[in-house]
Design a protein around this ligand. Sequence first.
Ligand code: C2O
Ligand code: CU
Length: 433
Amino acid sequence: MNRRQFLATASALAISPRQVFAGKDGIVLRAEAVTQQILPEGDGVTKLLGFNGSMPGPEIRVPRGQRVAIELENGLDEGTAVHWHGIRLENRMDGVPILTQDLINPGDTKIYSFVPPDAGTYWYHSHYISHEQVARGMVGPLIVEEDTPPDIDHDITAILADWQMQEDGRLTDDAFADMHSVAHGGYMGNFARAFLSQSTARIGDRIRLRLINTATNRIFPLAINGVDGMVVALDGMPLTDPQPLTEVVLAPAQRADLIVDVTGPVRLDMPTRQGPYRLADIKANGNNTARPAGPILPLTPHGLSTPAEPTQHLTLTMMGGAMGGRHGGDNIWAFNNTSDLQPEPFGSFDRGETVRMTMVNDTSFPHGIHLHGHHFYEVADDGSLGNLRDTTLVDAGQSRDIICVFDNPGHWMLHCHMLSHAVGGMRTWVNVA
Ligand code: C2O
Ligand code: CU
């Protein structure tokens, strides 16, 4: 079986583990090795990393605006740290070794405690040797619940992931740090999957589908069959005007929330040149005739500050990689002729300052650039403020302007979320004082 056929194999159903709700004693997350049936039943099992016995880790659900405490136990035989992707939290809880915390050594524990200010779809993942720990499965959903949730019948999370896997279910161990892939599109699985928190619904149900791309490098185009609906949020942030649902494209770390009406069996497919690759199914069991037809309304608006006139305009140029030009950095990839984290930040901002940043992709590959601790506006083609995001996809040879109110003090990473590119040097940081 060659790689291409493997990627074309229809996948079995995968249901992700139970949810954990924040109680008064908080939540315990144990990072550990897990063994799971990822290939269809009857084929070999896969050794992964995960949390509390499963990959993805449990779905953490917390109310907006209330403090949550998560005790992270390191049950691995190497160090780790966990990042709460997209949450505008206190810098010292951001989970970045060296920049914001010490590494959590094997057997050690750290309590992460923060107040999530925004309702929406977030996720958590390892932020140490993350091109490998995330690719091996150290990911999980983090759902911040609305004060007033939308009127739906089911709230379903879909975790997208891919792996380079052998026919017997073993991961290809030497693939994570392969320098050829680091210089190209990065670690890219030959097997992909969406883990759903629920896999049945009735025809006529209105469901919220929270899509989270946890893959380290793969950009997922998604076709969702058997539904009719709208995109209501991106990267956790509600859209003022929900957008009609056509094909959804998610770069690594990006999320989309859909509210859809079920019209038949639901299929989540990734279109490929060989045809649709099935990622997950939601079976249609019976009919819901009780739900009155009605428009899909926007979610409760976010409470982010409105940007002022920018006081700084910075340019972040992505450089390097295969078929890229020379650059001044000392790794495979660079921003502005500099690879990896340097003692000096790429940008220094006063707390509350509005900054415009032009992200120029001067390479032959797309990059999904993530800023920690903040959301920013993508500037639309007509110059108006577009969607709020925490990760923006910039295609090869393209550029994108963003506008960000840097209102969260601390040291924040700014890096490519194609994690092979990040380990290859495409990472920097900013300082908000
Ligand atoms: Cu999702 Cu620096 O991470
Ligand atoms: Cu990249």
